[in-house]
Design a protein around this ligand. Structure first.
Ligand SMILES: Cc1cc2nc3c(=O)[nH]c(=O)nc-3n(C[C@H](O)[C@H](O)[C@H](O)COP(=O)(O)OP(=O)(O)OC[C@H]3O[C@@H](n4cnc5c(N)ncnc54)[C@H](O)[C@@H]3O)c2cc1C
Length: 307
């Protein structure tokens, strides 16, 4: 069984189906995953002209089904991962298998002030994915950690101005990252500030920046707003069963032991349960890395079952 209908889940299913292992995929109510929320994807290999996120997911699903994967767009409500037979519930219905690949992904933390309506149209959660769309534009990044500073530096290669909005008066990021960001002429710091409003009819036009000390609000034109305030892995289902890290990401063996030729790098803390994609990957969070990990998990499953 595969939980997640997404780059990692569909890729795992395609490999498992081609290995005649009859995968059953629970794609969930958010079938297709995060790429359903975006427009053009320019960095997925094989599509020189780019491809729309939902179209890419439709193609991945079709490819898995072509080889015999069964895909249900249903949410898993409960799991029992211990023992030789793994159990997965969808409401009252229970499904069983010897192995499970978990690919439930992660969600970017949002502000909850209506910015979702401009997601993929000015508002982004991924500078690596979208920086190149903002050539000579005025953009803002919210965040103060290393990941946010990486986003800022990626954006300075394209944008004309990068505003960094941070609620405190100093950054959390490492000293070297701070030096790089603060020394860049394109960067303008908005200390002790938060975004209090997002304006635009479908496409971002303007943001409202509020100083948390004085309470003063300022409307500023914005072509882009990048949220770099973290991710929440979708792992509530597995709490108390699988080992999770302090942020809730599923732990797999490769992060603790490295990739060993005789081991199962994508296996979780429970025998026969594997993890792939953003639910595991707290670092790269790309469609291609998720798909790659889905492939790794399927190959680990195949070897585990044949042994
Ligand atoms: C707006 C946006 C734009 C992006 N642009 C790009 C880009 O241009 N290039 C790029 O490489 N990456 C991009 N990304 C990142 C990329 O989308 C993710 O890295 C990738 O989708 C992660 O894939 P995943 O397989 O780990 O799972 P996800 O895509 O996170 O999908 C998780 C899946 O798990 C399912 N699920 C969760 N809980 C349950 C449950 N209880 N039962 C059943 N199913 C469940 C969901 O329904 C979903 O199908 C973007 C992300 C966003 C949000």
């Amino acid at each position: 069984m595969v939980i997640g209908g997404c780059p990692a889940g569909y890729t795992a299913a395609m490999y498992l189906a081609r290995a005649a292992l009859k995968p059953l995929v629970f794609a969930g109510e958010k079938a297709g995953g995060q790429l359903m929320l975006t427009t053009e994807v320019e960095n997925y290999p094989g599509f020189a002209e780019g491809i729309m996120g939902p179209k890419l997911m439709e193609e991945m699903k079709k490819q898995a089904e072509k080889f015999g994967a069964e895909i249900l767009d249903k949410n898993v409500s409960k799991v029992e991962m211990y023992g030789e037979v793994k159990k997965v519930w969808v409401g009252e219905e229970v499904f069983e298998a010897e192995t499970v690949v978990i690919a439930t992904g992660a969600e970017s933390k949002m502000l909850g002030i209506g910015e979702e309506k401009c997601l993929g149209r000015g508002v982004s959660t991924c500078a690596v994915c979208d920086a190149a769309f903002f050539k000579d534009k005025k953009v803002f990044v919210i965040g103060g950690g290393d990941a946010a500073m990486e986003d800022v530096l990626a954006l300075t290669k394209f944008a004309s101005e990068v505003g960094v909005i941070h609620r405190r008066d100093s950054l959390r990021a490492s000293k070297i990252m701070q030096e790089r960001v603060l020394g860049n002429d394109k960067v303008k710091m908005w200390w002790e500030s938060v975004v209090a409003g997002v304006k635009g009819e479908g496409v971002l036009k303007e943001i409202v920046i509020k100083n948390v000390k004085s309470g003063e609000e300022k409307k500023v034109e914005a072509d882009g707003l990048f949220l770099a305030i973290g991710h929440i892995p979708e792992t509530k289902l597995f709490e108390g069963q699988l080992a999770l890290d302090e942020k809730g990401f599923v732990k797999v063996k490769m992060y603790e032991e490295g990739i060993k030729i005789e081991g199962y790098p994508t296996m979780t803390s429970i025998e026969g349960v594997f993890g792939a994609g953003d639910v595991v990957d707290f670092r790269y969070k790309q469609a291609v890395t998720a798909a790659g990990m889905g492939c790794q998990a399927a190959l680990d499953v195949e070897r585990y079952l044949s042994r």
